[in-house]
Design a protein around this ligand. Structure first.
Ligand SMILES: NC(=O)c1ccc[n+]([C@@H]2O[C@H](COP(=O)([O-])OP(=O)(O)OC[C@H]3O[C@@H](n4cnc5c(N)ncnc54)[C@H](O)[C@@H]3O)[C@@H](O)[C@H]2O)c1
Length: 337
């Protein structure tokens, strides 16, 4: 059988994870080329036996036979790279967010529509085994009518301020996963957002115009709600919990730990801290995400996360920003262009 040829752009934290999974776990594809703007990244191409390393995206697209590209470069390159790849007829996986402007996201989606290529966005948490089980339970009516979704999402430490400056801010960089999770787990659309934000971790983040701590309330179309709490720093590690409360009961996902034993002594009860950060906590989800991207390429079925999912979560993020700035509830229709 002819192997699908995949190229990867951007070999930072997330690019390396996708490259590792694609190179090692899927015999039906081969990674034929990778790109990064830094010469040092050539060593990563060598580590995974990728034959071609380029420093420009145009050169990557020009590598003969490339069927699909996986875009893991910084956020401000996503929209341009997606457009170039679509116009070159390549299937596309792109990390979140697609862009920070809804106008631009709509333009990109329209080009995707015209070219007929497929686009999948990197909302990896949808592929986490625990969250999937919760979604199945919700869909199977195990908890009845959803009333409240509760998401706790706190990082072990803030990113460098230089990253913060180009990230689009906490809502579009970090909370965007939680916005997507609220939609995914409930199967509902958000109509209104009310958010409060503060700088409680690092004043430099405030000077860069961002916040590091927030509580956000989402109202779905049927008036049920989601509440999300975020912080860029939790001293005990990556805190990722989910709860759905409904008319027939409640379902909860706790943090994942390196092991589950607890030590009970006369001075107290102790156990391990949660898995440290996203690369560890969501390791299985990243592999499953690529599994389903490759499956969709091979079988021609729809991509499991599409452009509209990207658009909705960006709109919720922009509404949350506006809500903090104006200290009021913001309807999604106010930010949609
Ligand atoms: N889904 C997730 O869980 C997840 C996690 C982290 C990051 N991300 C997203 O992935 C993207 C990358 O984040 P990261 O944490 O890997 O960043 P990173 O800074 O670790 O890596 C970015 C890489 O891109 C390279 N690069 C810089 N300019 C480039 C260009 N013009 N073209 C191609 N490559 C270029 C850099 O040299 C670096 O190797 C961001 O958009 C981020 O939002 C998603």
């Amino acid at each position: 059988m002819k192997k699908l040829k995949i190229a990867v752009a951007g070999l930072g934290r997330i690019g390396k994870i996708h490259l590792k999974n694609l190179s090692r776990n899927f015999p039906e594809i081969e990674v034929v080329a990778v790109m990064d703007v830094f010469d040092e990244s050539k060593a990563i191409a060598d580590e995974f036996n990728v034959p071609e390393f380029t420093k420009s995206f145009d050169d990557l697209l020009a590598v003969p036979g490339v069927d699909a590209v996986v875009i893991c470069s910084p956020t401000d390159t996503h929209a341009d790279y997606v457009v170039k790849a679509a116009q070159a007829g390549k299937q596309i996986f792109c990390e979140k967010p697609l862009d920070l402007s809804l106008q631009r996201v709509k333009e990109v989606m329209s080009i995707i529509g015209e070219t007929g290529v497929k686009l999948m966005l990197g909302f990896n948490r949808r592929f986490d085994p625990e969250f999937r089980k919760i979604r199945q339970l919700v869909q199977n009516d195990a908890i009845g009518e959803i009333q409240i979704v509760k998401i706790t999402s706190r990082d072990p430490g803030p990113p460098p301020v230089e990253y913060v400056k180009v990230s689009g801010g906490m809502f579009l960089d970090m909370t965007i996963h939680d916005f997507d999770m609220a939609r995914y787990i409930s199967g509902k659309q958000v109509k209104e957002v009310f958010a409060k934000g503060a700088v409680m971790v690092d004043p430099e983040i405030g000077k860069a115009g961002d916040i590091d701590t927030a509580v956000i309330t989402l109202t779905f179309e049927d008036n049920s709600m989601a509440v999300i709490d975020n912080c860029r720093k939790a001293v005990y590690g990556y805190d990722q919990r989910l709860e759905v409360f409904g008319s027939k009961g409640m379902v909860q996902a706790e943090n994942n730990f390196p092991n589950n034993h607890k030590l009970y002594t006369e001075s107290g009860i102790s156990g391990d801290l949660p898995l440290h950060f996203f690369l560890e906590r969501y390791d299985a989800s990243y592999n499953q995400e690529m599994r389903e991207f490759v499956d969709a390429l091979v079988s021609g079925v729809e991509m499991p996360v599409d452009g509209n999912d990207g658009l909705q979560s960006i709109a919720i993020g922009l509404a949350a920003k506006k809500s903090v700035a104006e200290n009021r509830a913001v309807k999604l229709s106010e930010v949609m262009v």
